[in-house]
Design a protein around this ligand. Structure first.
Ligand SMILES: Cc1cc2nc3c(=O)[nH]c(=O)nc-3n(C[C@H](O)[C@H](O)[C@H](O)COP(=O)(O)OP(=O)(O)OC[C@H]3O[C@@H](n4cnc5c(N)ncnc54)[C@H](O)[C@@H]3O)c2cc1C
Length: 405
């Protein structure tokens, strides 16, 4: 009888879960009678959204088509949006655009539906802010920025406020002065302000990185407002907790992520971001037949007390392990424990360059142009889906493949 693995989501984790499950089924299973396993990926489209690049000015090639790749490795794609997961009956309900809902039973489910932007209950926040969380959000921001050129000149038109001094906020803010000047012309007094509740922007990364970040913000012409909260947003700008009101027609929210809302339908313990606490094999421990991966899971990366963060780097490895284990369980093969001791960050800081660090203590290895070269390599090569060549793909889809060399 055919057994079915459903991969929910076609992001970094979903893609590599599908490749790794297919590899296990097609290359590791020595018994053809037992390899009657169907792998179905469910997501709105057979595309991977390259979310880490959505802060960039040019939104080209941001959602490459993985249809041919899935076909090459024998993974089916069902277009649709998963609305419900019934972990008791082991089925999902898929909302299909303009068609009847479909209910699909599974033997193993790999939840790889990523993360969503979180809006805390700050007045006006959800209504008046832009973001770079999804491709459509980034396009909406792009169109809004282009349209500023036809507005009459004012302080609010020429000012962008980026809320959140984490990696996404910093990458977005340092890109904006050049982008705004390009749109408004050199005579405009383009102003970009980054706001964060921490006492120093970037201090979460450590003292040396934070000092370099301060230098980069200053070089790029970005003003910092640290140790303050946004209290209100309206069509004229933002009001901060220190009483300052910044007039701005563009406010970008980059301050909060939560795991996909589908995690709420999986029984089990979760962290403050809504991620399910997975076991070492990436099972959702509270329920049978479900693996959690990418931004939907929290799990140790090593035995030093470190945990995965919401990142492609972790998602690509977590995906490989979850997909492999889902197939291995059906094939009666040994499961592979997740481990990813090496951790790097590469933060784009606009015209200043990029900051590349290694380790959880974020030792600075490369800065400025040297860092930027690595960032460009990551953003244009490393995180992109591979060519549809079965042998080549399977050679890098094993669960112990090291994503960051
Ligand atoms: C602006 C920005 C910059 C970033 N920069 C970096 C960076 O520099 N480095 C880094 O490592 N990480 C970065 N990240 C984080 C990184 O993009 C995420 O951690 C990563 O995308 C997580 O991968 P994932 O596969 O878990 O989820 P995602 O990539 O979010 O993929 C989720 C998939 O699930 C699908 N899906 C969602 N809900 C449903 C549903 N109900 N039914 C069916 N399908 C569904 C989506 O369509 C998508 O295909 C950045 C993120 C953003 C937004």
């Amino acid at each position: 009888m055919t057994q079915r693995i459903i991969i929910a989501g076609s992001g970094f984790a979903g893609l590599w879960a599908a490749m790794s499950a297919a590899r296990a089924v097609y290359t590791l299973d020595k018994d053809p009678m037992a390899s009657d396993i169907e792998i179905i990926m469910v997501s709105p489209e057979p595309k991977v959204c390259i979310r880490p690049r959505l802060y960039e000015a040019v939104l080209e090639n941001m959602d490459p088509d993985i249809g041919p790749l899935l076909q090459e490795v024998g993974v089916k794609h069902l277009p649709g949006f998963i609305e419900a997961i019934d972990t008791y009956k082991k089925s999902i309900t898929v909302l299909k655009h303009g068609e009847e809902n479909v209910t699909l039973p599974y033997d193993r489910l790999v939840l790889a539906t990523g993360s969503e932007l979180f809006h805390p209950p700050v007045p006006g926040l959800a209504k008046y802010t832009f973001s770079v969380n999804t491709l459509s959000d980034a396009r909406k921001l792009h169109e809004h920025l282009q349209a500023l050129a036809s507005q009459s000149r004012s302080q609010a038109r020429d000012t962008i406020v980026v809320v959140g001094g984490g990696l996404t906020g910093l990458e977005t803010a340092t890109e904006m002065p050049t982008r705004l000047r390009h749109i408004l012309g050199p005579e405009a007094e383009a102003r970009v302000v980054i706001v964060d509740t921490a006492d120093q922007i970037g201090i979460d990364m450590g003292i040396e990185p934070a000092t370099l970040i301060a230098q980069a913000l200053s070089d790029c012409g970005v003003e910092a407002r640290a140790g303050v909260r946004v209290e209100e947003v309206d069509e004229c700008g933002v009001r901060l907790s220190n009483g300052e009101h910044i007039k701005a027609h563009t406010v970008i929210w980059a301050a909060g992520m939560r795991a996909s809302s589908l995690t709420a339908q999986i029984p089990g313990e979760r962290d403050s971001l809504g991620r399910i606490l997975g076991d070492e094999f990436l099972h959702a421990p509270g329920v049978k037949g479900v693996f959690v991966t990418g931004d939907t899971v929290k799990v140790p990366t090593d035995n030093q007390g470190n945990y995965n963060v919401m990142s492609c780097q972790h998602a690509m490895s977590l995906g490989r392990v979850a997909g492999h284990n889902a197939a291995a369980e059906l094939l009666g093969l040994p499961l592979h424990p997740y481990s990813q001791p090496k951790y790097v960050t590469c933060l784009d800081l606009g015209p200043w360059g990029a900051l590349y660090t290694e380790g959880w203590d974020r030792q600075v290895h490369y800065i400025r142009n040297e860092g930027k070269k690595i960032k460009q390599e990551i953003n244009t090569v490393w995180i992109y889906p591979p060519e549809p060549d079965r042998e080549a793909v399977f050679s890098v889809a094993n669960p112990d493949f090291v994503v960051v060399p």
